[in-house]
Design a protein around this ligand. Structure first.
Ligand SMILES: Cc1ncc(COP(=O)(O)O)c(C=O)c1O
Length: 385
């Protein structure tokens, strides 16, 4: 049995994280984007060493930029100049601070719903205006960018674009040609692109992650890529993210960031990110193989328990975005699955109006627990079938 399969509910229920403490013990949680797998050994060892040497002071991110640059080169063939890398406690905090410096109060910022709910929240939090450019439905199923609508929003005066690539929740990995088209539009209309690539290291076989600034710089568009080891290595609670200026103009703009931002990073988050970037390749390869099997298993389980549900396997990550409209459970199927199946999922509507009748399921677990999750969903609708 691989370490990724060797997990038990009894052990997971001992965790203090949000996933395992929000609902009562009879509910199986598959909602927030935390995985159930053990941490990578090099990360555990580094954290143990820090605790054993009573090392819990402030972070001083000296080696982080170099570690990330080496990871970017080996994983994405992306050459990053370490002097362009900065750190923040979270991807979302970095986005908030970057929006404050690249836009003015009241400016429009484009997002592509259905999308990670904090995108709209952070834009409002910093006093900017959300401009929705929904993803388009693709014929035959699935979702994609609507470049025509994006151009219209840019032409109408948007000042920034918060791109989610790979996209949460639909699991799309945008192609190089699409990113180039976005960069050309951004340059033409003077829009700054903030590319959230936190799921980038989780791209699965069949797709390739192209960091946005690797295409925007040659085109001459202003962009910043924001990412972390936190999703791929399941260390979000340790609080550390990195971001990379995609042009000299952005590097210079970043001088306006709060000077203490890197010191707000958690020391253990920084140490864990460094080790993940430097020594995490073997773990990450094993994880991707598990997630690849899980997305296939999900299709089989849906065929058995929820044949009316529409599922398009994600190209990256461990989130399944399920169209439950044919089940007739109303706009919030997650509510029914929780009440009748005792399984906690994400509510589709939280990702925007486009998420009505959808739910998001976390597949970052063992095949046995994934089977239990979908089995419970099937039970929930037994009376309605
Ligand atoms: C697209 C995306 N961005 C950001 C985050 C959160 O990152 P952080 O905790 O570093 O703010 C998530 C978490 O699931 C996410 O899916």
């Amino acid at each position: 049995m691989t370490a990724f399969e060797d997990i038990t509910l009894a052990k997971l229920r001992g965790r203090a994280s949000a996933k395992w403490t929000t609902y009562p013990a009879d509910v199986l949680p598959a909602w927030v984007a935390e995985m159930d797998f053990p941490l990578a050994d090099p990360i555990k060892q580094r954290l143990r060493r820090a605790i054993d040497s009573d090392d819990c002071g402030y972070a001083h991110p000296t080696a982080l930029a170099e570690a990330f640059a080496a990871f970017a080169k080996s994983r994405f063939s992306w050459t990053v100049d370490p002097s362009r890398v900065r750190s923040a406690p979270e991807v979302m905090i970095a986005i908030a601070e970057l929006l404050r410096i690249v836009t003015k109060p009241g400016d429009g910022v484009v997002i592509n719903p259905p999308v990670y709910p904090p995108f709209a929240m952070v834009i409002e939090e910093v006093g900017r205006k959300v401009i929705d450019v929904p993803l388009a439905h693709v014929q035959g199923g699935g979702w994609d960018l609507d470049l025509g609508a994006l151009e219209k929003a840019f032409a109408d005066g948007a000042k920034a674009y918060l791109l989610c690539n790979p996209h949460n929740p639909v699991g799309r990995v945008f192609e190089k040609s699409q990113l180039e088209a976005i960069a050309k539009l951004a340059k033409q209309y003077n829009v700054v692109v903030l590319a959230d690539e936190i799921h980038g290291p989780l791209v699965l076989p069949g797709a390739v992650h192209v960091p946005f600034v690797s295409v925007s710089e040659p085109i001459g568009a202003d962009a910043i890529t924001i990412t972390s080891a936190s999703k791929a290595f399941n260390i979000a609670g340790l609080k550390c993210a990195v971001f990379v200026a995609g042009s000299p103009a952005m590097q210079s703009a970043m001088k306006k960031l709060p000077i203490e931002l890197p010191e707000r990073v958690g020391l253990h988050g920084m140490l864990a990110n460094i080790v993940a970037f430097q020594e995490g390749a073997q773990y990450l390869d094993g994880l991707l193989a598990q997630l690849d099997r899980n997305r296939a298993l999900m299709g089989q389980l849906i065929g058995v328990y929820l044949p009316a549900v529409r599922y398009i396997p994600p190209q990256a990550g461990y989130l399944a975005w399920l169209d439950c409209s044919a089940l007739g459970l109303g706009e919030d199927p997650a509510k029914v699955f929780l009440k009748q199946g005792k399984v906690a999922l994400m509510r589709g509507l939280d990702f925007g109006r486009q998420g009505a009748c959808f739910t998001r399921v976390n597949m970052g677990t063992s095949s046995a627990i994934l089977s239990e999750i979908v089995g419970r969903m099937g039970k929930a609708i037994e009376g309605t079938r």
